[in-house]
Design a protein around this ligand. Structure first.
Ligand code: HEM
Length: 88
C-alpha cells in the first residue's frame, strides 16, 4: 500500500493520446503507484492494516510496487516467489 517508489515517470516516444488528451513525443508524464493504491474504489480503507485484502486482490495492473510495463522492476518475479507476507 506504501510503495517505496511513490512516483514514477515515462517519456512519450511518439505522439499519442491518453484519456482523450493529446500527448506529444518528448513529454514526460508521471504516475503515482501510491495514489493508485489509495483509490478507495480499488482498496477500501487503504490505510488500514488488512492482510485479508489480498484474498480478493484487484487486477494486477492496480498494484504497482514494482512499477509496470516494459520498465517494470526485474525484482518483481523474485519477490512473487517469496512467501506472501514478504511481498506485502
Ligand atoms: C522490495 C524490493 C524492490 C522494489 C520495491 C523495487 C521497485 C522498483 C521500481 C518501482 C522500479 C521502477 C519500475 C518502473 O519504472 O516501472 C524498479 C526498477 C528496477 N529494479 Fe527494482 N525493486 C525492488 C527490488 C529489486 C531487485 C531485488 C532487483 C535486482 C535483482 C531490482 C532491479 C531493478 C532494475 C534493474 C530496475 C530498472 C528496470 C528498467 O528500467 O528497465 N529491483 N524497481
Amino acid at each position: 500500500m506504501y510503495p517505496p517508489a511513490w512516483l514514477l515517470t515515462r517519456t512519450v516516444t511518439q505522439d499519442t493520446e491518453l484519456g482523450g488528451k493529446p500527448l506529444l513525443a518528448g513529454t514526460t508524464i508521471a504516475f503515482s503507484p501510491y495514489l493508485i493504491h489509495h483509490r478507495r474504489d480499488l482498496y477500501p480503507e487503504p490505510d488500514r492494516f488488512d492482510p485479508d485484502r489480498w484474498l480478493n486482490p484487484p487486477d494486477r495492473s492496480a498494484y504497482l510496487p514494482f512499477g509496470g510495463s516494459a520498465r517494470k522492476c526485474i525484482g518483481d518475479r523474485f519477490c512473487e516467489d517469496l512467501p506472501q507476507p514478504c511481498e506485502h
